[in-house]
Design a protein around this ligand. Structure first.
Ligand SMILES: [Mg+2]
Length: 220
C-alpha cells in the first residue's frame, strides 16, 4: 500500500498514537484481557474463564467505536469502577524504548508533534500523569473531542479543523493498521507502523506499511 520510509526534509508535522505506539500496550492488553475479567468474575461469583468467555465478545462488538475506549461506558456496562481499576495497575504503564529521544530530536528538528489518540480522557490523564510526556507535544487530540474514531476516514478532515496539517508533509506513527489505512485514504504520506506494540508479544511487521520495531530506527 505505502512503504515509504520517512524523509525528514519533507515532513513538517508528526502525528503519533499513544497506546502501543508511544506506550507499551501490555498495560492495556493485561487490563482488558486479564485484570477486568478477574474483577468481573469476583463480583459476579463466576469463574475467570466464564468471565473471559462472556466479556471478550462484548468487547469485540464495540471495537473501532468510541464506546470501546469510553471508560464510563464500560463502568456502566460491567458495573465496575473501570478508572479506579486502571489506577490499581498503573505501575504497568510504560514508555516504549527510544521514544523520549525520538520526540526530542523531532522537536529539535523544528517539526510540530501532536498526539492523536482514541483513548478516553480519563485514560489519557492517568497515562500522562504516570509518564510525564504531555509537555513534549504541541497538542493532544482525542477522538472523543473529534466525535469519531481514527479508523473512520472522515476523522482526518475533522482533525484539520483543530490542527491544520499538510497531509503530503505529515508522518503518522501507529500500531493499528486500520488507522494507517484510513490515514492513507486521506493522503497522509508517511505512514509508520510500530511492530512492537507490546513488550509481551513478538514484533510483527506490517505487510502494507513501513514498519519499525521502535522509533530509534527513524530518529531524524
Ligand atoms: Mg494504538
Amino acid at each position: 500500500m505505502n512503504k515509504i520510509p520517512p524523509d525528514w526534509n519533507n515532513i513538517d508535522t508528526v502525528l503519533l498514537d499513544m497506546d502501543g505506539t508511544l506506550l507499551d500496550k501490555y498495560f492495556d492488553d493485561h487490563f482488558w484481557e486479564e485484570f477486568v475479567p478477574a474483577q468481573y468474575a469476583l463480583k459476579n461469583g463466576i469463574s475467570g474463564e466464564e468471565a473471559v468467555e462472556e466479556l471478550m465478545p462484548r468487547f469485540r462488538s464495540h471495537e473501532e467505536t468510541l464506546d470501546w475506549a469510553n471508560l464510563d461506558f464500560w463502568s456502566h456496562q460491567l458495573d465496575l469502577d473501570i478508572p479506579a481499576l486502571k489506577k490499581q495497575i498503573q505501575h504497568l504503564i510504560a514508555i516504549h524504548p527510544n521514544v523520549i529521544e525520538f520526540l526530542e530530536r523531532v522537536k529539535a528538528a523544528g517539526k510540530e508533534i501532536f498526539m492523536v489518540t482514541n483513548a478516553h480522557g480519563k485514560t489519557l490523564d492517568l497515562k500522562m500523569e504516570r509518564t510525564a510526556l504531555a509537555h513534549r507535544f504541541d497538542g493532544i487530540i482525542t477522538s472523543h473531542e473529534i466525535g469519531m474514531p481514527k479508523e473512520d476516514p472522515a476523522f482526518w478532515d475533522k482533525l484539520q479543523e483543530v490542527v491544520p496539517f499538510n497531509p503530503a508533509r505529515t508522518l503518522l506513527g501507529e500500531d493499528t493498521e486500520a488507522v494507517l489505512r484510513s490515514a492513507h485514504g486521506y493522503g497522509i504520506r508517511y505512514l509508520v507502523f510500530v511492530a512492537s506494540s507490546s513488550s509481551a508479544k513478538s514484533p510483527l511487521d506490517s505487510e502494507s506499511f513501513f514498519s519499525v520495531r521502535d522509533f530509534g530506527e527513524i530518529i531524524p
